[in-house]
Design a binder for this molecule. Structure first.
Ligand code: ADP
Length: 415
């Protein structure tokens, strides 16, 4: 089957075409046939597109909305210069898998999209006002462009964390606030944590119920997850993706009193303060220079910038503290797994996060650590390290495609 995997943001559309089916999943032989990103939908859009084995295409064209963007993708698919093997037209796309950010308490696994499911995703809009509306736009656009007979499946970022126990997902506020408004920790990046956990099992030959690990998804947005017996039992992001680790532009954990204090001191509205906490804080806020970890490391290495160093140190110490907390929550993990842009590519950050943790059995082998960049999947701990350390590049799109196949074929979920 050819699955069209779609990840829609408010002005972006990322897609992949993945060839997969139950046999290909079993053999790990699923294949990405083409992929692309469209940015700045709504004005002069920027398109990058790549078909397996061919030169990449980059161009700009005005695209009004997500539907126009999808139609544009279809035109590319049928352009003989960028021919995708096995795809001659719409009819060769067999199903569509959508990344949906928030499934609330209702959606605990991937599901086939119908009007009732769309209403459910709409009900979660107040929990994810920036993301769910864009995901819904993607679903409607795909329906119009691919036709209502092409099955669509929603895969939720929150679903993997639906196994969190009450003790982890409730906040220490009056219980009625949970009952009335469903205020609780939901967690995000679930598809990524799930994929990393699945790859860990595959690499080590462990059974699901023997999988006790800590996964660190460190990208622009970052989160940690404690996985016990294969299930997520705690995660650092919360009611929204603002909680937890310090990130590129988000503050992470903070005393809520700061918000009230700031509103008095700065005469700022709640919205203005949240814009600051979401967009001008974290690594960017501390360094005053950048939210991009690569640039931050360059500032430290080339100019010895004090605040860049401070931001880097804070980023690492916070991740380290979550490892410590989750070690306690799991009663000792077998492995720590690094993933996403920073986790996959930065030996320096991995080394700094794991520094001085030999007392809890974490020891990195610096030689292996330095080799593990750009897509490599490997163990980077020393022979003696009680807790193994892995680098596992994430692949959320693959999970999206595989879940889509399983939902469409009514096959049981395997990972
Ligand atoms: P997103 O959350 O947007 O998916 P990514 O997972 O792509 O983000 O991660 C982006 C982050 O990864 C950026 O801060 C980028 O600087 C960082 N990054 C990418 N390559 C490296 C590298 N070699 N060293 C350090 N950081 C890197």
């Amino acid at each position: 089957m050819n699955i069209f995997v779609l990840n829609c943001g408010s002005s972006t559309l990322k897609f992949r075409i993945i060839e997969t089916d139950l046999d290909l999943i079993e053999q790990h032989a699923d294949r990405t046939l083409a992929m692309g990103v469209i940015e700045r939908i709504g004005s002069q859009a920027l398109i990058s597109y790549q078909v397996e084995g061919k030169a990449a295409l980059k161009e700009a064209t005005p695209l009004r909305d997500h539907k126009a963007a999808l139609n544009y993708v279809l035109k590319l698919l049928t352009n003989p210069d960028y021919e995708v093997p096995g795809i001659k037209g719409l009819e060769d796309i067999h199903a569509i898998g959508h990344r949906v950010v928030h499934g609330g308490e209702r959606f605990k696994s991937s599901i086939r999209v119908d009007d009732e499911v769309i209403r459910g995703i709409e009900d979660c809009i107040e929990l994810a006002p920036l993301h769910n509306p864009a995901n819904i736009k993607g679903i409607y656009a795909a329906r119009e462009v691919f036709g209502s007979t092409t099955p669509q499946v929603a895969v939720f970022d929150t679903a993997f964390h639906s196994t969190l126990p009450e003790t982890a997902y409730l906040y220490g506020i009056p219980y009625q606030m949970y009952r009335r408004y469903k205020i609780r920790k939901y967690g995000f990046h679930g598809t990524s944590h799930r994929y990393i956990s699945y790859r860990y099992r595959d690499l080590t030959g462990k059974a699901r119920e023997d999988t006790n690990i800590i996964t660190l998804h460190l990208g622009n947005g970052s989160s940690a997850c404690a996985i016990k017996q294969g299930d997520s039992i705690d995660t650092s992001m919360g009611f929204t993706p603002l909680e937890g680790l310090m990130m590129g532009t988000r503050c992470g954990d903070i005393d809520p009193t700061v918000i009230e204090f700031l509103s008095h001191k700065e005469g700022a509205t709640i919205d203005e303060i949240f814009a600051m906490l979401n967009k001008r804080s974290g690594v960017l806020g501390i360094s005053g220079l950048t939210n991009d970890m690569r640039d931050l490391i360059d500032e430290v290495d080339e100019f010895n910038d004090r605040r860049a160093q401070l931001a880097l140190d804070m980023f690492c110490i916070r991740a380290k503290k979550y490892i410590g907390a989750y070690m306690a929550a799991i009663n000792g993990a077998d492995a720590v797994c690094f993933s996403a842009g920073i986790g996959e590519n930065s030996p320096k950050i991995r080394s700094k996060i794991c520094e001085g943790m030999d007392h809890i059995g974490i020891e990195i082998d610096e030689e292996k650590n330095n080799i593990a960049v750009q897509g490599s999947e490997m163990m980077i701990s020393t022979h003696n390290s009680k807790v193994k350390v892995f680098v596992i590049p994430t692949n959320e799109e693959l999970i999206l495609a595989r879940d889509t196949v399983r939902v469409v074929l009514n096959a049981p979920r395997r990972n």
